[in-house]
Each structure stands twice: as C-alpha cells, then as structure tokens.
Design a protein around this ligand. Sequence first.
Ligand SMILES: *[C@@H]1O[C@H](CO)[C@@H](O)[C@H](O)[C@H]1NC(C)=O
Ligand SMILES: *[C@@H]1O[C@H](CO)[C@@H](O)[C@H](O)[C@H]1NC(C)=O
Ligand SMILES: *[C@@H]1O[C@H](CO)[C@@H](O)[C@H](O)[C@H]1NC(C)=O
Ligand SMILES: *[C@@H]1O[C@H](CO)[C@@H](O)[C@H](O)[C@H]1NC(C)=O
Ligand SMILES: *[C@@H]1O[C@H](CO)[C@@H](O)[C@H](O)[C@H]1NC(C)=O
Ligand SMILES: *[C@@H]1O[C@H](CO)[C@@H](O)[C@H](O)[C@H]1NC(C)=O
Ligand SMILES: *[C@@H]1O[C@H](CO)[C@@H](O)[C@H](O)[C@H]1NC(C)=O
Ligand SMILES: *[C@@H]1O[C@H](CO)[C@@H](O)[C@H](O)[C@H]1NC(C)=O
Ligand SMILES: *[C@@H]1O[C@H](CO)[C@@H](O)[C@H](O)[C@H]1NC(C)=O
Ligand SMILES: *[C@@H]1O[C@H](CO)[C@@H](O)[C@H](O)[C@H]1NC(C)=O
Ligand SMILES: [Fe+2]
Length: 589
Amino acid sequence: MLLRLFICVVVVLSSASAAVIPLSTDIKPPYTHPWDSSLRPATDFLSLTSGIAADNTTGDEPSQIHLTIAGPNAISVNWASDKAKTGKGYLQPNDPFSTSSIVTYGLSAADLNMTATGTAQVYSQIYNTSYAYWGGNSTLNYTSPVLHTVVLPELIPDTKYYYKVGDGATFGETLSFQSLKAAGPNYPQRLLLIADWGLSHNSSSTLDHILKSAQQATSPPCVLYIADFSYADTWYPNGSVSAPNTAAEGSPNAGSYQPVWDAWQRFVQPLVGQVPMVGGTGNHEEEQEADGTMFKSVQARWPTPYRASGSPSYFFYSVDVGPSHNIFLSNYIDYTEDSQQWLWLKGDLARIDRTLTPWVTVSFHNPWYTTDTSYKEFEQMRIAMEPLVYAAGVDSFFYGHVHAYERSTPVFKYTVDPCGPVHITIGDGGNSEGISFLDNYQHPKLQFEDRNGGCPMVNASQPRPSYLLPLNPSQDPWSWYQRTLTFQADGNSTGVGNPPGYCYKEQPAWSAYRESSFGHGTLDLVNDTHALWSWHANQDSNAVARDQVYIVRNTHACPNKLGSLATAPARAPAGSSISQLMNAASSGG
Ligand SMILES: *[C@@H]1O[C@H](CO)[C@@H](O)[C@H](O)[C@H]1NC(C)=O
Ligand SMILES: *[C@@H]1O[C@H](CO)[C@@H](O)[C@H](O)[C@H]1NC(C)=O
Ligand SMILES: *[C@@H]1O[C@H](CO)[C@@H](O)[C@H](O)[C@H]1NC(C)=O
Ligand SMILES: *[C@@H]1O[C@H](CO)[C@@H](O)[C@H](O)[C@H]1NC(C)=O
Ligand SMILES: *[C@@H]1O[C@H](CO)[C@@H](O)[C@H](O)[C@H]1NC(C)=O
Ligand SMILES: *[C@@H]1O[C@H](CO)[C@@H](O)[C@H](O)[C@H]1NC(C)=O
Ligand SMILES: *[C@@H]1O[C@H](CO)[C@@H](O)[C@H](O)[C@H]1NC(C)=O
Ligand SMILES: *[C@@H]1O[C@H](CO)[C@@H](O)[C@H](O)[C@H]1NC(C)=O
Ligand SMILES: *[C@@H]1O[C@H](CO)[C@@H](O)[C@H](O)[C@H]1NC(C)=O
Ligand SMILES: *[C@@H]1O[C@H](CO)[C@@H](O)[C@H](O)[C@H]1NC(C)=O
Ligand SMILES: [Fe+2]
C-alpha cells in the first residue's frame, strides 16, 4: 500500500515536470542566468604526479586507455606503453616496432576469446633553446610513449564487451564497454556532450558528473567531444605552468608541455576506457613546434574515422550513432565554397538517409553563434556553410571554445527561424583558463559582447584581431591568409530581433539561455520528432538540468528536416593529405 502510494506520487511528479519542458521552437525572451558569486571563476591545474592523473605504472604496462569510433560497428582501442621522455637535447624516441599492439576481447570477462592486432607510433615535440619565451636554456624536448591503436571490427551492436590491452606478454586490467547501436531509428539514444575539459579541479568535477550521465543512460552512450583537450599549451616547454596563458595561444610563443597530455589521458580513462568518444580539434591542439608543425599530438592520440566517411582529411568526418548522424568539421581548414571541406560537407549531407538517421548534428570548436567576445570569429565559415546545413535540415550544432554555456533558439542568418538548427556552446568543461562570459570578472576579455563595453569599436576597415593567428604562414597558410578576415564589421546593432549589427547592445533574440558555470550536456534522442537536451552544471546533482528543452523535428512545417533539399556536390572531393590541402590553400591564398 505504502509502496503503491509512493509509485503514484513519483508518476504524478515526473509527468508534471515532463509537461513543463519547453520545445526549442517555443520562443521566449532571451535569458541570462546570473553568476553565482559563491563560485570561483579561476581554476587550478591538477597535479601531474599524484592522484587521479598520476602515472602509476612501474614498467611497460599499458595506461591512458581510450576508445573511439573507427567506423560502422567498429571501435578503436588506443593506449600508451613505455614512458615518455622529457629533457634537454636530443632524446632517443621509444621504438614503436619493438612492441606489439594486441587487444583480447569477448562477451565474457572470463573468456576473452577474440584477438585483434594493430599499430603503434611515437611522436616527438622539438623545441629551440634559443627561444627565450619557452624558457631559454631551461626548455625541454619531449618524445612520447608508444601509442597503440587496435580496431575491433564487426562488433555486435548494443552488446557488452570485455577487453584488455597489451603487447602479448604484459596486459592491463580487464575493462568493458557497450558497443554502440547500429545506424537506424533505434531509440532511445543518449549522446554526452563536453568540450574545453582540461585538467583542473573543476575538470575533475565535470568528470564525476559526466560519468554519472553515462551510467544513467538507458542506451550505450557515446561522447561527442568539441575540442580543446589537455591544455598542455598553457604550460611552458620547461614544465612551468602559466595559466591562463591566453595571450600566447596558438602562436609559437605558446609552446607546450606534453607530459600534460599524458596526465590528461590518464585522467579521462575512467570515462573513455568504457565509453567511446569522438572529437574535433581546437586552438589548444595547434601546439606549434620549433619547425612550425601543428596538431601533431592530437592526431597521434585520437584517430578519427575520416576514411570510413569518405573524407580526405583527419579534420572532418561523420559517424552514425543509432538514430543520429554526427558531423565534425574544422575551423582551421579551408571552409570556403568549393573547398575540399565544403564539398565533403555538401556530399555528406546529401548522403544522409533520414529514414535511418533522422537526427543530424554538426560540431566544431569555434562557434558561429555566441554572444561571448568570440562573436563572429568565424563569420566567413558561417557565410560559406550555413545555407548548406539549413537546406539539409541539420537539427543542432555543438561548439566549445567559450568557457560557458549558451543555447540559441532555432536560427538562420541571425534570425529566429523554427526550421533552423539550435546552436549550443558547451565549452564549460572546467579547464585551467577559468570561466568565460562574466559581467564583472577582472579579465576584460571575458564578458558578454553586449554588456559593459564588450562590443568593440565600430570600425569597418579594421579586421577583428584573432589570437588564433599562427606566426608561421608556411605551416598553416589557411589561417594566415584567411583568419583575420573572418570578422566582418557590418554596422551597429539595431537591438533584439532585428538584423545583426557589429554586435548587440542587449542579448539578441536568438540567444535563448546563457550562463557562466562549468558543466556538461546530454542529448537524449527520444523518437523521430523529439530529442531532450539537458545541461547539467557542476554545482548541481545530475538529477538537475539547469536548461532543458526538447529539440523538435517537425517535417511537415519544415520540409528541410527531411533532408530532401540537400543536394549532391558537383564533384567529389579528391583524396589528398592534409599537407596537400594546406598547400592548395596557400597557392590559392
Ligand atoms: C571550481 O572548483 C573550485 C574547487 O572545487 C571551486 O571552488 C570553484 O567554485 C569552482 N568554480 C566553478 C565556476 O564551478
Ligand atoms: C594512481 O594511484 C593513486 C593512489 O593510489 C590513485 O589515487 C590514482 O587514482 C591513480 N591514478 C591512476 C591514473 O590510476
Ligand atoms: C631538442 O632536440 C633538437 C634535436 O633533436 C635540438 O636541436 C634542440 O636543441 C633540442 N632542444 C632542447 C630544448 O634541448
Ligand atoms: C567467443 O565466446 C562467445 C561466448 O562468450 C561465443 O558466442 C563466440 O562464438 C566465441 N567466439 C569465438 C571466435 O570463439
Ligand atoms: C632556433 O631559434 C633561433 C633564433 O630564432 C634560430 O636562429 C635557429 O635557427 C633556431 N634553430 C632551429 C634548430 O630551429
Ligand atoms: C620556464 O620558462 C618561463 C618562460 O620563459 C620562465 O618564466 C620560467 O622561469 C621558466 N621556468 C624554469 C623552471 O626555468
Ligand atoms: C642559463 O642562462 C642563464 C642566463 O640566461 C645563465 O645565467 C645560466 O648559467 C644558464 N644555465 C646553463 C645551465 O647554461
Ligand atoms: C579604423 O581602423 C583603421 C585601420 O586599422 C585605423 O587606421 C583607424 O584609425 C580606425 N578608426 C577608428 C575610429 O578607430
Ligand atoms: C554606429 O554608431 C556610431 C556611434 O553611436 C555612429 O556614429 C554611427 O553613425 C553608427 N553607424 C551606423 C552604420 O549606424
Ligand atoms: C515523441 O516523444 C515525445 C516526448 O516524449 C512525445 O511527446 C511524443 O508523443 C512522441 N511521439 C511519438 C510519435 O511517440
Ligand atoms: Fe578554444
């Protein structure tokens, strides 16, 4: 009797709360959640040598285990063995050919009756002692552990697998994961969203919360990671931490201290050793070296399944997870009309079978829609690609970069449009640079564009300076030639609901909710028409969603959501390497 009464109360409560969850198309006045002044906006790095990020290995046993998607029904298992080396002068790299890359796996922990083998690699970061900013004669070189990758092919969908990794002689502990659902309208499906995670005490709080969201999933979850991983580049190459070090980001001045990557990979293993994670690349992955090379570590540590989605480049690809088709793009590769990235996007959108994957997400690091000072940082990318994604009826965009949370209404060309995608910035993972978006924070750069003089002076002839500019154009010609042009001054604000100005005097109509807190998101795909988006702040229990909305697909009102307006590209992107892409950008630039 008592039990029945209890169940009754629970049902009434949950249906009452379900009834108040708004739809993304219910347009309300823009909302800014006030800053909680009991929180500290600054963050601190975790220790690299003790606690959750420490290297507890004593020999060559595996560590840094992480899973990513390798293609349809295929998971790639990645890990490190042998120690990284950090020091002055030439460092003899570990020999990736002196070891084997083996995963034994199976449906029972007691019977790992299948074996897959893979490949191993190492990378080195070479620094120049003549460069005073890096620490002069205190600068250290780095060469990585052996980094292993093994693909487990043809997995049975939605099935628990046990696995362990090693070299044939030494294996790590047995771990497990749930294989993903096959592409198809297999509801429910939970996606976990996180970005700009880093390695601070606040990152650790985010890990605790996202682990709960993974455990509470009623489907095998998958993490979509919207870049800025370890923040190794907020350290000097000599091992001194200097956070926030934003002045030097993305420039050769930034340097990096690669042991932070190794620590970060150990830190995230509790999540990504059991839940596959796919991601993009951000400004903190540039990590320019003495010879100008960029994006080296992230490529060695986090393979992307780009070949499986017909992409010519590591930096853009798509994966199907149950009823969702998830596209990752790059802000740092040519995105103009008829570029390889643009053509691949157009073709990929046209190839989506909406009867299999009705839901389409697009993710990349720097937002098209944000009211932070990164407003219009990639305006030319938006201008080039937004018509394509609107025609194809993309449902939602996910971004990082801004260390706060913001959700837009459905929007197209800065105008509220029920058939446009919802844009969500989730760069609030907790990294060492601290929080963005604050009205009264001491850092003048970190505030709303429309508040307290955040709007830059109107000056149409002056391109907006971007701190992402690399100083070596031969290594990143695209950025060098194009990035300063991405901001276009286009007149003054005319206020809420009106066409865009240079920036806004008040929170624009398309900015539905924004808040400066750390946290993560969950996207629960419920059926063909409803996906429940929830944003969880670190200061709450996971049961609380500070911002929650059903993202809706109304194919009657919005025929673009059928994908029928997406058209195949005139020509398929030719297969070519990233250096060829960059050279092409250079010669065209
Ligand atoms: C970050 O974590 C620290 C230590 O737990 C805490 O004092 C601070 O309030 C947190 N900041 C935010 C914005 O959550
Ligand atoms: C290393 O050991 C410490 C102390 O036992 C533990 O707290 C920490 O979680 C371990 N770290 C890793 C990455 O396993
Ligand atoms: C790093 O190694 C290179 C050679 O591989 C050497 O030229 C350079 O001086 C070294 N840098 C430091 C900081 O020791
Ligand atoms: C491995 O064991 C499972 C049962 O745990 C069985 O279904 C499968 O056929 C076996 N596979 C091989 C390759 O022996
Ligand atoms: C190191 O930097 C100095 C000063 O910029 C430069 O002259 C020298 O060629 C660089 N050395 C290497 C190996 O890149
Ligand atoms: C590392 O380099 C930075 C930047 O030059 C410098 O301020 C710091 O003192 C150096 N740290 C050590 C331990 O030498
Ligand atoms: C490093 O440089 C400083 C001054 O730039 C000098 O005083 C010191 O002796 C040098 N240390 C070494 C080990 O060369
Ligand atoms: C606008 O920018 C141009 C080019 O940088 C500069 O010469 C000019 O002084 C600026 N005008 C104002 C009003 O800031
Ligand atoms: C923008 O605002 C400035 C200062 O209020 C004004 O001088 C200028 O004429 C305005 N420009 C446009 C295009 O409205
Ligand atoms: C889809 O899910 C939503 C939210 O739970 C629900 O209101 C709606 O009735 C569902 N549609 C169908 C066709 O079941
Ligand atoms: Fe970023």
